[in-house]
Design a protein around this ligand. Structure first.
Ligand SMILES: [Zn+2]
Length: 155
């Protein structure tokens, strides 16, 4: 009584039905916090390992979320909330959190952040990583501070 079904796996990269015994697997690659996944046959995978750009362009982009943030505090006079990390950084840089709020509410430059729910907003001498949907200031830096160093230490 059992019905036989054959599952044919199609490789997203070469778009061939791999009925010839070559394995097709879901592969995930994350580079710089940005993840993509695709069904990839072993032959293509070998090529991907040699030339990652093929995978990056045909794979599906996976959204990344800001990891759980601890120690989030409301700041008087604003609807934004700051991580304790951001407040410490304000203190270290002698930056008034209200100046940060002004900058992020009226930025001159907005760039995507490391996670897809983050933005890096800049104005004047300030830049901040924010999670707009949640109204959270993740971290604060002065413009010109190295991004890799100043904006990646989110925990
Ligand atoms: Zn393939």
């Amino acid at each position: 009584m059992s019905e036989r079904r054959e599952i044919v796996l199609v490789c997203d990269l070469c778009e061939r039905d791999r009925t010839d015994g070559v394995d097709v697997e879901t592969r995930v690659v994350v580079v710089n916090g940005m993840g993509t996944e695709a069904e990839v046959c072993d032959e293509c995978w070998a090529g991907v390992l040699a030339a990652f750009s093929v995978f990056a362009t045909k794979g599906r982009t996976l959204p990344t979320k800001t990891p759980k943030l601890r120690g989030i505090k409301s700041y008087p006079g604003t609807t934004w909330r700051f991580t304790s990390h951001a407040l410490i950084r304000c203190g270290e840089r002698n930056v008034d959190p209200l100046e940060v709020v002004k900058a992020i509410e009226d930025p001159t430059l907005v760039r995507p952040g490391r996670a897809t729910d983050q933005e890096i907003r800049e104005r004047g001498y300030l830049k901040a990583v924010v999670v707009p949907d949640r109204g959270i200031v993740v971290t604060v830096a002065r413009r010109g501070e190295d991004d890799a160093e100043s904006l990646s230490d989110v925990s």
